[in-house]
Design a protein around this ligand. Sequence first.
Ligand code: PLP
Length: 389
Amino acid sequence: MSGDAIEPFVAGSSAAAASASAAPASNPLRSAADEPIRFFLAGPTYVLQRVREAQLRPPVAHRSPEFRLAYDRIAAALRRIFRTSRPVVTATASATLLMEAAVASTVANRVLHLVNGAFAQRFHTIARSHGLEADQVVVPMGQAVAPDLLRQALRRGRYDAITVVHSETSTGVLNPLADLARVAHEESDALLIVDAVSSLGGVPVETDAWGLDVVLTASQKALALPPGLAFAAVSERAERRMAEVPCRGFYTDLSRYLDKHREGGTIHTPAVTLFWAAEAQLAGVLAEGIEARWSRHAALQRRAAAWAADRGLHIPADAAHRSPTVTAIVAPPGKSARDLVEALAARGFTVSSGYGDWKPTTLRLGHMGEAQEGDLDGLLAAFDEVLDR
Ligand SMILES: Cc1ncc(COP(=O)(O)O)c(C=O)c1O
């Protein structure tokens, strides 16, 4: 850990000692209770015992110095994880609130959505529900959005903002975010709103270096926290633009989150005990190191893809754009995705079925958060059994 602004909070020193003695070398913060991980949903993801225990600390008043200390430590950790010097606000909500807040707070008239899956489509639904003019660049599920398609769209129209989902959890596709951001800046002054829900913490996201304006994520994915918190980094440009949007809603007004953030807190009553968990887990993320975390997730993706290829199983995500955090796999002929999910469950392993149109035919392995290669090997061995190998 290099110069961390935060210390891990662990509920009870005995828990910390137990973790240290029983943990594998790969993650000294894992205790015997965390061995092995068998929970491979595409979110929520497995939460370490020490993080679950952190929530036992009693709640405090959310305007107290004690809460402010935790809030500030969490914000400092998040700035390092988001790779930004800008504020990263925390909401007691799932990520969809911040998807809505990003659109409602920054788009006065017209927004462009890059759509290659179900979560990208959600941005469009949100914009329409706010009565905004909303255009879409749609590519088939399983493909990434090519930067040239964005370039063409920006030459055809002027937009306040562009939305993109970095890792499309419904398909396991990773969009080329750095390239899309470069094109967006070359061709327009539109803000770039990024859903990094299943990428941040597992995949490189360079908020400042790539010029991303709003980057939002949820607690329950690669950050491996319980569900219930959502985080967003907001650029200076985006903050200025909000002043030009007359109706930003109330709970969806990101400028209010930023104002309260600067006072060291949340706009309304937060889920205080989730903040205790966040303090403990984000310190763990920094202890591993963000680049090490990216490498671990890339290795998990390669392992899942190699396993599928060996068995002739089809991965429908474009091979050049596979997400390090989630792999969708088509069930082999004669097996239904649902039967495979159930057979794995009977062996103690949890995976997701496919999403939307892909639900009957695909499964999704969420290899994100705290899982190590040894954990994934356990899942893949069980998968071999249910495939009758
Ligand atoms: C890419 C992506 N965006 C948005 C969401 C919505 O997140 P939440 O359920 O936290 O609102 C999800 C949830 O799985 C997701 O994977």
